[in-house]
Design a protein around this ligand. Structure first.
Ligand SMILES: [Zn+2]
Ligand SMILES: [Zn+2]
Ligand SMILES: [Zn+2]
Length: 246
């Protein structure tokens, strides 16, 4: 299986509109601080699944030369994770979408004109798509009712995507997340800042250690980090277009 981080930015992306901080300047100069909003592409030899549909989806499809996907998994109903679904208009009809009932019903208010094919998924119950096994687990992202992370398995390989979450993840989820080959973790801000809805980079790294993750990619990154080429000397920051193969 192959994963591509299509967007590693937070809800506003980097550069942030109107901001001239060092990371935003680096982004404007074409550096790796440039971050689109959240989407991850998962590929197997049988197909392509998208985890979340970034508001920057059109750009991401064009950059990756993507034309058609086999399904979308939504982690939760926040603008930066679903609103790009409208980009399928007149491109791909009746897309299969997967997620917990609360998330799909919420997002349906915005995307019903596209008539997606809804597949309601239960937390902690594995389902198969494109020959890979996916399992959604509950995380903690107030005030979202049922925010989900995703475990992907193929043979003995295991990838864990935290989705948007703070560090208070339910015990049953932590059990499921153990020993991943790759952990893709929400780390919106540097350690000196604390945000109720998200982990900072220190909390994300502590989670990686607790789970015994072989490899880590921090994502959902805000412009408050130093420019990528500096910060990446100290932290495993993900970047747009980064590919992982297993
Ligand atoms: Zn988000
Ligand atoms: Zn900035
Ligand atoms: Zn969110």
């Amino acid at each position: 299986m192959r994963l591509t981080l299509l967007g590693t930015g937070d809800a506003v992306g980097t550069p942030k509109i109107g901001c001239n901080c060092p990371a935003c300047e680096d982004a404007r100069n074409g550096g790796k601080s440039q971050r689109l909003r959240s989407s991850i592409l998962v590929e197997s030899d049988k197909g392509k699944i998208l985890i979340d549909t970034s508001p920057d989806l059109r750009q991401q499809f064009l950059k990756q030369n993507l034309s058609c996907i086999d399904g979308v998994i939504w982690t939760h109903g926040h603008y930066d994770h679903y609103s790009g679904f409208g980009e399928f208009y007149r491109v791909q009809n009746k897309v299969d979408v997967y997620g917990v009932r609360e998330t799909l019903e919420y997002i349906n208010r915005y995307v019903s004109f596209l008539k997606p094919r809804y597949h309601y998924v239960k937390l902690y119950e594995p389902f198969e798509l494109i020959g890979l096994q996916f399992t959604l687990f509950k995380v903690n992202h107030p005030p979202v009712e049922v925010p989900a992370g995703v475990v992907i398995r193929e043979g003995n390989k295991k990838i864990v995507i935290t989705g948007d979450t703070n560090s208070e993840i339910p015990e049953a989820s932590l059990e499921l997340m153990k020993n991943p080959d790759l952990l893709i973790a929400d780390a919106i801000v540097p350690p000196n800042i604390h945000i109720k809805k998200h982990m900072n980079s220190e909390e994300a790294m502590a989670l990686a250690e607790q789970l015994n993750a072989k490899e880590v990619a921090l994502t959902h990154l805000s412009h408050l980090f130093r420019p990528h080429h500096i910060e990446a000397l100290f932290l495993p920051l993900g970047y747009d277009g980064q590919v992982f193969e297993f």
